[in-house]
Design a protein around this ligand. Structure first.
Ligand code: HEC
Ligand code: HEC
Ligand code: HEC
Ligand code: HEC
Length: 183
């Protein structure tokens, strides 16, 4: 049998095999990229001197339980479609970074409120799902502060989301650069 005949004979299987191999490699690369770009270290490459520094001072990094809440758990949705929206949006941030949009503390401060508003409205559209992954308002009951339960019961009824009342839970709240972190 000539080599070309042999190839012809096997080519559908060869093609399928190669196709599956390439497909698998693409899926793995995609998963790896998704995973890598969700890690704090990745976020820190650009946010070390701003959002990241503030986060490390906040209750979501430093608390008696030693629970470190990652950037991704608040900023990156778990479901595929909303996650993709955030990831594709991040391409704009890479571009913004290259343009030097947050290259100095002054520039960052000037942009802070606008950025925070983007995040608040994103959380508004999903009812602050990311926060509720850890915090259950229904279950929050502090005997030392009974008004917290009342406050949250009212919040649940009125349809308010966490960031309507709690802002700056991981960063300096906008407009209050000189004021200490939440609480
Ligand atoms: C390549 C640099 C870079 C990396 C890496 C990066 N960011 Fe950003 N990020 C920026 C820049 C620049 C802005 C300002 C965006 C703008 O308005 O163009 C920004 C803005 C944001 C905002 C405000 C969003 C908005 O819509 O205004 C959030 C939230 C944010 N980043 C979170 C993250 C998280 C979480 C990670 C890690 C998963 C991350 N960033 C990784 C550069 C980066
Ligand atoms: C991965 C889990 C997790 C996520 C996601 C999360 N939190 Fe928390 N949160 C914690 C932990 C842990 C603490 C610290 C508990 C403690 O020691 O009081 C905390 C503390 C708080 C506190 C109390 C602050 C204080 O001074 O005691 C508030 C308010 C809060 N979180 C709001 C939020 C909001 C708003 C979001 C969403 C933007 C959010 N959290 C997302 C785990 C989480
Ligand atoms: C209507 C306003 C309002 C909304 C909406 C709201 N809270 Fe609160 N929350 C309060 C007040 C007021 C307190 C008590 C004072 C404080 O710690 O800021 C409180 C306290 C807390 C505490 C501290 C509890 C303790 O016992 O120390 C946590 C954690 C918290 N809220 C998380 C959340 C999360 C997460 C959401 C969204 C799922 C949310 N809250 C929605 C008003 C609100
Ligand atoms: C506990 C949830 C939580 C964690 C953890 C968290 N963020 Fe945020 N982040 C928020 C919320 C909510 C806002 C909207 C503004 C606000 O309420 O303070 C925000 C705002 C921002 C902004 C816009 C600027 C500003 O100050 O409002 C950037 C950039 C950002 N986050 C990046 C990060 C990065 C990078 C990390 C990890 C190093 C991180 N965040 C960790 C909840 C979180």
């Amino acid at each position: 049998m000539k080599i070309s005949d042999r190839l012809r004979k096997y080519s559908p299987w060869l093609l399928l095999g190669v196709g599956l191999g390439v497909g698998a490699a693409v899926v793995v690369a995609f998963e790896q990229t998704m995973h890598y770009t969700s890690q704090d270290a990745f976020c820190m490459t650009c946010h070390q001197d701003n959002a990241g520094k503030e986060w490390m001072q906040s209750v979501h990094y430093k608390n008696p339980q030693g629970v470190v809440v990652s950037c991704a758990s608040c900023h990156i949705p778990h479901e595929f479609a909303p996650k993709m929206v955030v990831k594709v949006g991040a391409i704009k941030d890479v571009w913004g970074f290259l343009q030097g949009k947050i290259s100095t503390p002054e520039k960052y401060e000037a942009l802070r409120l606008e950025m925070a508003q983007h995040e608040w409205s994103r959380l508004k559209t999903n009812g602050a799902k990311e926060c509720r992954q850890c915090h259950k308002l229904e279950a929050m009951d502090n005997p030392d502060m009974p008004f917290v339960k009342d406050e949250h019961e009212a919040a649940l009824k009125s349809g308010k989301i966490c960031t309507d009342c709690h802002q700056g839970v991981a960063h300096t709240p906008p407009g209050k650069a000189e004021v200490a972190q939440h609480p």
